[in-house]
Design a protein around this ligand. Structure first.
Ligand code: MF3
Ligand code: CO
Length: 294
């Protein structure tokens, strides 16, 4: 097959672990994938396509991830430090039999990324960072439970903010939702980024190019990279079983970012203007997608 794996016979047991015969399980899908490959399309290797068992595992992980974000939502407000949020995320996650995926991930020192105002992503929680009225902040939670990964993030507005910042937060969420609407099984990954970018641009904003979504499930970050500045009809085919995040970072000002913070993590907008991000995790199904984490 196109991915270097052996071609099964029609009566062999399917590779996906269902226990069914190949002809009653993945044969049709595999033929479709192979035909797309032969036609020159970018086709995800089948090792990236999640089995029903994988998806069930990720659902259990995502239940904790969604729970921790709900927990943060109930408590965040003026006077809270980002170190407090880190502690909540850590304790909630561990109490639910899981581990915060960021902890020690490539040297990341904490359990969650907290990215306020001009911080694009990968903000490190700190007891010196006290949230105040008018701040906008992304809290990005990722969980590993029984080896399965989940990842989503939300924006929080602290008290009342300016109409400009409130619009940025709202439009960023709507842009992510436009991306979701563009998800079509057997469509292209690039359709998602095109929808996000078009929506953000129409509102006078810019979309960060250097960071994006990613495959996820058995690892924190898997292929494919999910860009939000793509053209429609480009990129990998959205084959059923493909699992990834949609997590655009949208800037009020210029598109450029600053990655020179000596801590090696915190990413800021180059012009210091506010930025926002929302993240969901989905898996492509036969007739659409399943929202796993939000
Ligand atoms: N949660 C981030 C994402 O959405 C990844 C953060 S990596 C970390 O992909 F180490 F900073 F946690
Ligand atoms: Co992510």
């Amino acid at each position: 097959m196109y991915d270097g794996q052996p071609q099964l016979g029609r009566n062999d047991v399917c590779w996906c672990g269902s226990g069914k015969k190949y002809k009653k399980c993945h044969l049709d899908t595999d033929e479709r994938l192979q035909a797309l490959w032969d036609a020159g399309e970018e086709v995800p290797y089948r090792s990236l396509l999640k089995t029903p068992e994988d998806i069930a595992g990720v659902r259990r992980s995502a239940e904790v991830n969604v729970g921790v974000l709900d927990y943060v939502a109930e408590r965040i407000g003026p006077g809270v430090t980002t170190a407090d949020i880190d502690q909540w995320v850590h304790d909630y996650t561990v109490e639910h039999g899981a581990v915060p995926a960021p902890l020690d991930y490539e040297g990341f020192p904490n359990s969650v990324c907290t990215s306020a105002n001009e911080v694009v992503c990968h903000g490190i929680p700190s007891s010196d960072e006290v949230l105040k009225e008018g701040d906008i902040i992304n809290v990005d939670c990722s969980t590993v439970k029984d080896g399965y990964f989940s990842d989503s993030s939300r924006m929080f507005v602290i008290g009342e903010t300016t109409p400009e910042k409130a619009d940025l937060v709202r439009v960023c969420k709507e842009a992510m939702e436009e991306g979701l609407k563009a998800v079509k099984p057997w469509g292209h990954l690039g359709d998602i980024g095109a929808a996000v970018n078009g929506y953000a641009k129409a509102h006078g904003y810019t979309v960060v190019r250097e960071f994006g979504g990613h495959g996820i499930g058995l690892e924190f970050h898997e292929d494919p990279f999910v860009s939000f500045v793509t053209e429609p009809g480009t990129g990998p085919i959205l084959a059923p079983g493909l699992m990834f995040t949609i997590e655009p970072m949208i800037n009020m000002g210029a598109q450029e970012i600053d990655m020179t913070d000596p801590n090696g993590w915190t990413v800021r907008t180059a012009d210091g203007a506010p930025t926002a991000q929302w993240e969901v995790q989905i898996v492509i199904t036969e007739d659409g997608y399943e929202l796993l984490s939000w």
